[in-house]
Each structure stands twice: as C-alpha cells, then as structure tokens.
Design a protein around this ligand. Structure first.
Ligand code: ADP
Length: 244
C-alpha cells in the first residue's frame, strides 16, 4: 500500500466506480457450473471472475499424507495468465502459495473434517479475472463448491474486505483502491455461527478505524451470505422439481 496524491473519493463522497463508502460491488454467484467436478461454483464480484472446483472426499495420493482421525483439505489458488492486464506467469508465485494456505485455513473450521478420516478433498480456485479482493471472492466460491459437493459443513464461509482509502473507511476495495489506498482488511466469516475464520490487515489503521473496517466487512459478508444461501436453495429446489 503506497500512498499517492491521487484522490480516490470525490467531493460528493463517491468512489472511483461511483460507489458510496459502504457499498459492495455487484455480486453474482452460481453453483454446479462444472459437470466433471464433485462440486463447483462461480463468483463475480465487480470485475473479479472466479471459478472453484472441489473433488472428494476421496483416498489421498500420496497415501502417507492422509490422517487417521480427519480428512485433509488441499487447496490451490491460481491466477490465470489472462486474469490481469499484463500476462501473469502461469507458474505458481509466492503470493499464490500463500493465498492457497490462507483460503484453506479459512475454510477448515467450517467442515466436519472428523467425519471422513483417511480421506482428502482438493479445492481448485481459478481466478479468471482479477480486480482486487480475489482471496475473499475465492473463499466465497470455494465454500459454495464444498456445499455443492455435498460435504457436511457447520456453516458456509463468506469473505469480504474493508479498508481505508484517502481518509475514509470503505467496503470491498477494488484493485486501484487496494493499490493506492491506505489499508485493506480481508475478513472471512461463518455468519450463522458468528465466527471469523480469516482476518488480515495490509496497511496501517487506528484501533477505531480497524474496528469500523471489521464491522463493515462483516456487514458485507452477511449480504453475500444471503446470496450464497439463495443460490444453493434455488439450485436444489429446482433439481428436486426436475426429479419429481
Ligand atoms: P487480493 O486479490 O486478495 O486482494 P492482493 O492484495 O495480493 O490479493 O492483490 C490485489 C490485486 O492485485 C489482485 O486482486 C489483482 O487484481 C492484482 N494482482 C495480483 N497479482 C497480480 C499480478 N501478478 N499482476 C497484476 N496484478 C496482480
């Protein structure tokens, strides 16, 4: 986060894309979008376009990675070479390795891992288009894909960031706000249980601003959670109607 003179909030209090400080970008979610995976989901959040696919629970290869008392979660976050303006190398970067870990850790508390000892699930996240906040949209998508695979969960996980641009705390930063802004606070939440499973901060905030950002991010999460639930319900009610 490097502060530059460029203004990110205009005199009317609106952001570069016309949003008010506490507005989310438009969010679209869909599940069951890939027929070859056990579970899948697609999320758009502003210009972010993200696919998540889940395989399992299944026997792990290599076998020695399996655990006697719980299922192992593996996660790969990957940005497609065409997901950003300048072609990104398809090889996994340090950032992608870190985000894979962060996404996995934010999902683990939601899954009844102990139900499936000696097995594993693989989660693949492909960022098709990136515009800031991809880790959050990836968590939202991966959690839907896990639910779509029929894996028992304590709650869905949903994520959204808040942060500070110029001197205002704002919700759901897009790429320019992320890069030029002052701070970014991604939050993942299990809304029904009220449990935070990811909390990071890039930049510097006062305690008051930090609390405001976390609360704002949680409000954003709850709005996206409503969409997640609606999408799952619509898919399974429609599927049931087709069967009948
Ligand atoms: P997040 O996507 O979770 O906000 P970062 O803060 O690391 O994660 O990245 C912010 C944004 O920077 C990404 O969403 C993406 O738009 C952009 N970005 C990340 N990696 C690259 C890259 N290799 N080339 C160009 N832009 C990138």
């Amino acid at each position: 986060m490097n502060q530059k003179a460029e203004k990110l909030i205009d005199k009317k209090g609106l952001r570069l894309d016309g949003r008010k400080p506490d507005d989310l970008r438009p969010v679209k979610v869909d599940v069951g979008v890939l027929s070859n995976a056990d579970g899948s989901a697609y999320v758009e959040q502003g210009k972010n376009k993200i696919l998540a696919a889940v395989y399992g629970p299944k026997e792990l290869h290599p076998k020695h990675l399996s655990l006697p008392d719980r299922m192992v979660l593996r996660c790969r976050y990957h940005m497609a070479p065409f997901s950003v303006q300048e072609r990104k190398s398809p090889a996994p970067s340090r950032r992608e390795v870190e985000l894979s870990k962060v996404i996995r850790e934010s999902l683990e508390p939601a899954i009844f891992l102990e139900y499936y000892p000696r097995t594993g699930i693989d989660i693949f996240v492909e960022v098709l288009q990136a515009d800031g906040g991809t880790r959050c949209a990836s968590i939202t998508a991966a959690s839907l894909a896990i639910a779509d695979a029929g894996i028992p969960m304590r709650d869905l996980v949903v994520a959204c960031a808040a942060g500070k641009v110029d001197d205002t705390v704002v919700l759901d930063l897009m790429d320019t706000e992320d890069k030029i802004g002052v701070a970014d606070v991604p939050v993942a939440l299990m809304p029904n249980l009220g449990v935070i499973t990811l909390l990071q901060m890039d930049g510097i905030l006062t305690l008051e601003e930090f609390e405001k950002a976390v609360n704002l991010a949680m409000e954003g999460c709850k709005k996206i959670y409503a969409l997640q639930k609606e999408t799952l319900k619509t898919k399974y009610i429609n599927a049931k109607e087709v069967e009948e």
